[in-house]
Design a protein around this ligand. Structure first.
Ligand SMILES: *Cc1c(COP(=O)(O)O)cnc(C)c1O
Length: 371
């Protein structure tokens, strides 16, 4: 058997939607992006949704629109995909990392306040692996010090903490649609915000700094081409209609894994905070017990057709970050430890019970050969 790490769930509806756009001849800035944005507004109950060509460009637009610039500090987590830090480093702002909660892997909220200085401009939490967090508490800390909050919800579309949807309690949030995410557009992202001023700036930055209502060749500021084209937006619009059923399928797959992995003592399955009222499974990441050799286990899995990946290799130990800031792994010991023991297993909507049994069987053999 050969099992991929991720697989997008594309139906004939998405294919037909793309064909329709091609036949319409209207390939950019047309009705499909508006339709996709409207579905986001309705789903999350937010005032503004702005489609962009990646999650990273969405985060960058928010950073620009909040005037985060050279010398500013942004408090964030090192246990994430690099984009959540790169988005403000593009502007010369500096990451101030807070270590993570050892159970949820999200930023340790208790430790945020200690890291605030006069240079702090924003807090940027990440909803890691689709697990939402107590954004009300983070927003309260931010308000006390007059800081902005950018929520990187790229992995958490549809997730809810205490009944509150990820991406809705902050100054701006971003969702992403790379093919391994819950819904995909091929490449793409969506900025959401209730702040109209931030929204207008994001719309301007995504389209070469144009004024929202101005002429095509009038540029109010230096902007980018971060637009989402109509083909991608059309895929996203269909995927949005299917979101609820996709999340239910992913939840089923995760629960199957939880149950079948419970028999392997050396494996720790994902912990979900009891305040999470809805989990939006992005990836399925296990921890292996201390002392086992993760690389050997991963090698065995791969040799037997089971794709896997060390999710995440922490940002602070990426070569370019070590070089720039001189970080050591142990600077953020929880992140470093979790990063060294995690393995993302194959995870997608249509993973069958048979395939899960195969993955679990191979993992069991890999671990017993380690002892
Ligand atoms: C996917 C993702 C992004 C955005 O990635 P793109 O490839 O630019 O769409 C940002 N942050 C996190 C945590 C992500 O997982």
């Amino acid at each position: 058997m050969k099992i991929e790490l991720a697989n997008p769930d594309i139906t004939n509806k998405e294919i037909q939607a793309v064909v329709d756009v091609m036949k319409s001849g209207w390939l950019s800035i047309g009705p499909k992006i508006e339709e996709f944005e409207q579905k986001f507004k309705d789903y999350l109950g937010v005032r503004n949704a702005i489609g962009v060509n990646s999650g990273t460009s969405g985060l960058h637009c928010l950073v620009k629109s909040m005037d985060i610039k050279s010398g500013d500090e942004v408090i964030t987590t090192p246990f994430s995909f690099v984009a959540s830090t790169n988005c403000f480093m593009f502007e010369g702002a500096v990451p101030v990392y807070v270590d993570i909660d050892p159970k949820t892997f999200n930023i340790n909220i208790d430790a945020i306040e200690d890291k605030i200085t006069e240079k702090t401009k924003a807090i940027l939490p990440v909803d890691v692996f689709g697990q939402p967090q107590d954004m009300k508490r983070i927003k309260k800390i931010a308000d006390k010090y007059n800081l902005k909050v950018i929520e990187d919800s790229c992995e958490a579309l549809g997730a809810e903490y205490d009944g509150i949807k990820a991406g809705t309690v902050c100054d701006g949030a971003v969702f992403a649609f790379y093919p391994n995410k819950q819904i995909t557009t091929g490449e793409g992202g969506m900025i959401v915000t209730d702040n109209d001023e931030i929204a207008d700036l994001c719309r301007s930055y995504r389209s070469q700094g144009r004024a929202i209502t101005g002429f095509w060749l009038h540029h109010e500021r230096m902007g980018y081409n971060y637009r989402l084209n109509e083909l991608n937006a059309a895929i996203g619009s269909v995927q949005m209609d299917r979101l609820d059923s996709i999340l239910i399928q992913r939840d089923k797959v995760a629960k199957m894994y939880n149950e079948k992995l419970s028999e392997i003592e050396e494996v720790i399955t994902p912990y979900i905070d009891p305040n999470v009222t809805k989990m939006s499974w992005f990836v399925y990441v296990i921890q292996i017990e201390k002392g086992l050799n993760r690389n050997d286990i991963m090698k065995y899995l791969k040799e037997n057709g089971v794709a896997c990946r060390p999710y995440f290799t922490p940002i602070h130990i990426q070569p370019y970050m070590k070089e720039k800031f001189g970080f050591e792994g142990e600077d953020f010991p929880v992140t470093f430890d979790i990063g060294n023991r995690s393995i993302a297993l194959p995870f997608y909507n249509k993973l069958t019970e048979e395939e899960i049994d195969y993955v679990v069987g191979i993992l069991k053999k890999a671990i017993s050969s380690e002892k």
